[in-house]
Design a protein around this ligand. Structure first.
Ligand SMILES: [Zn+2]
Length: 243
């Protein structure tokens, strides 16, 4: 089971209206709790733990109950931007508002993963690192992975400065495939950059689905950090193995 929440159906006031799932915003935490409770009741989904997302490249693998306890008890929360588990009924959740949520499922080993793919994590190749972690921990064969890219900022709206473009150019030899340069602007296509990383890691083309929904273009349904100048809510991207 995998999903992303929209901004519809919650209790938060503007600019977090209304189903804000993120605590790291200026929103009232009590309202965020109410929003999360709505999701819990509607989907029978209990979010058991949260990590501190830092746009890094740390992959957190939760292999057993001891790992889960350590994550639940960590104070401050563990820093990670990708999560992997084979535990049933343990929803993995990451909060986004433009960053690419990447959902991975290995149907042979029954393992799931979730990646928070912002531009910094993408440059650090967090998707490839996540697949490596799945191979190492569970013997996942990338060719059997099923992958989905959720709503996130599209190439239509992700304009970057020259220094960000330089970082992508340094990190990826295939940068001409995903950077569009107009006379005085640079646009980065995070979807293509992520997808090409997946292919290079051994994921098969027919096993990748991109929602191709731009958060910045769709104000009615999605928060966009870029569009809203940082003052906005967060969607919850979730994947879970149903018992
Ligand atoms: Zn757009």
């Amino acid at each position: 089971m995998h999903l992303i929440t929209t901004r519809v159906g919650g209790v938060s006031p503007p600019p977090y209206d209304s189903l804000n799932m993120g605590m790291t915003t200026g929103d009232d935490p009590r309202l965020v709790h109410q929003n999360r409770r709505r999701l819990h009741e509607l989907m029978d989904l209990e979010l058991k733990f949260a990590v501190h997302q830092v746009h890094g490249d740390t992959v957190l693998v939760i292999k057993d109950f001891m790992d889960l306890m350590a994550v639940e008890r960590a104070d401050p929360p563990i820093q990670a931007d990708a999560l992997v588990t084979n535990l049933p009924d343990l929803p993995l959740v990451l909060y986004t508002a433009d960053c690419v949520p990447v959902y991975l499922y290995d149907p042979l080993k029954n393992v799931i993963a979730l990646v928070h793919g912002g531009w910094r994590g993408t440059v650090k190749k967090i998707v490839a690192r996540t697949i490596s972690a799945m191979e190492e921990a569970y013997g996942t064969n990338p060719a059997s992975l099923q992958v989905a890219l959720g709503p996130s900022i599209g190439p239509c709206c992700f304009e970057v400065g020259e220094e960000v473009w330089e970082e992508f150019r340094t990190a990826f030899h295939f940068w001409p495939n995903f950077v569009v340069r107009t006379p005085n602007k640079f646009f980065v296509d995070l979807w293509t950059c992520t997808t090409m990383q997946l292919f290079m890691a051994g994921v098969r083309e027919e096993n990748v689905v991109n929602s191709q929904v731009c958060t910045s273009c769709n104000n009615d349904f999605y928060y966009s950090y870029r569009r809203d100048s940082g003052d906005t809510g967060r969607m919850a991207a979730i994947i879970s193995l149903r018992p």
